[in-house]
Write a protein that binds this ligand. Structure first.
Ligand code: ADP
Ligand code: MG
Length: 309
């Protein structure tokens, strides 16, 4: 028990529907433990309840029921200690445009009661690559720089647990690489990392362990290696040389055609090889102009898991 970073028991959140809207059961009794030292992924489609869970950890959303223990501290009985153990990089950009990056870090440190002598703003600025922008107004920073600053703000009180809510959604490759590098470095230094994502690829690259949430429930929880073995859905997109009259058909392959004429072939990589898929394409008499494979995103995976392939 001591060695868990986070422990959730029966965590429930129901948003009350205002103005005739029905209530939303965002979390339906989540039981989950997250080990110390891990990079833990909370994976799930939009609306699954990931941000709700994160925001409860951060103290930004009040839970409806259940127990939250952060670094051994019960959130209700020891709110100060449990809050001090965690730093959150939110999904939404919420920066004061009139603060410079250095000021934003200093103000945040002040909010967490970090004494001046123990602040490490310069170190954080260097880590997030904003040393040369330390004194620029936030409103003059690019979107990527603002996201990096949000990461920096989560670190001012040296939390044992860093939580990142969709850190790379909609960011360019360069920034994504930089965030990943930062995250790995922090984890190496001992910080427990929890990140939410709806990208399988990101979870695969970054996380040791993964919980999949869907509609407010944990539907799977395993090491990344084990999970991805189960979730091996792929799709191959074929752009044909000429219009297709007959879709490929073979066991283990689901073929469909897109409006633009491309043929999409869905398969499980553990059961069916890319070679077998291409063979089926040739048998159907299709000449390939261009081809690419895609790892299914989580929503595809859910579809694949519930359809009988
Ligand atoms: N403040 C809120 N009021 C009412 N419903 C909300 C609120 N925030 C989130 N929800 C609903 O709760 C569900 C889970 O949302 P969220 O936690 O943001 O999911 P995710 O981060 O996985 O996309 C969704 O149905 C969403 O519409
Ligand atoms: Mg979210």
């Amino acid at each position: 028990m001591k060695q868990d970073a986070i422990q959730l028991k029966g965590l429930t959140k129901t948003y009350r529907g205002g103005r005739g809207q029905p209530e939303v059961k965002a979390l339906k009794g989540i039981d989950l433990t997250i080990p110390r030292g891990s990079v833990f992924g909370l994976l799930g489609p939009n609306g699954a309840g990931k941000s709700t869970l994160i925001n409860i950890l951060a103290g930004l959303v009040i839970k409806t029921a259940g127990q939250v223990t952060i670094w051994g501290f019960d959130q209700d009985r020891n709110p100060r200690q449990s809050r001090a153990a965690i730093g959150v990089m939110p999904q939404e950009l919420n920066l004061d445009p009139f603060f410079t990056p250095r000021a934003a870090l200093e103000v945040q440190a002040g909010l967490y009661g970090v004494p001046k002598s123990q602040r490490h703003s310069d170190e954080i600025l260097a880590m997030i690559g904003l040393s040369d922008k330390a004194n620029a107004y936030a409103r003059s920073l690019s979107g990527g720089m603002r996201r990096r600053l949000l990461l920096g703000k989560a670190l001012v009180h040296r939390p044992q647990i860093l939580v990142l809510d969709e850190p790379t959604a909609g960011v360019d490759i360069e920034l994504r690489q930089m965030l990943w590098t930062n995250i790995r470095q922090l984890n190496k230094q001992g910080t427990t990392i929890i990140l939410t994502t709806h990208y399988l690829e990101e979870a695969e690259e970054m996380c040791d362990e993964i919980a999949i949430i869907n509609q407010g429930e944990v539907v799977a929880r395993d090491s990344t290696t084990n999970l991805l073995g189960r979730l091996d859905a792929r799709s191959m997109v074929i752009h044909p040389q000429s219009p297709v009259t007959e879709l490929p058909s073979a066991p283990g392959i689901i073929a469909s055609q897109r409006d633009d004429g491309a043929v999409v072939l869905s398969y499980h990589s553990q059961q069916t090889s890319a070679d077998q898929v291409l063979e089926a394409v040739h048998v159907a008499g299709i000449t390939i102009r261009d081809v690419k494979t895609e790892e299914a995103d989580l929503e595809d995976v859910f579809l694949a898991l519930t359809s009988s392939l």
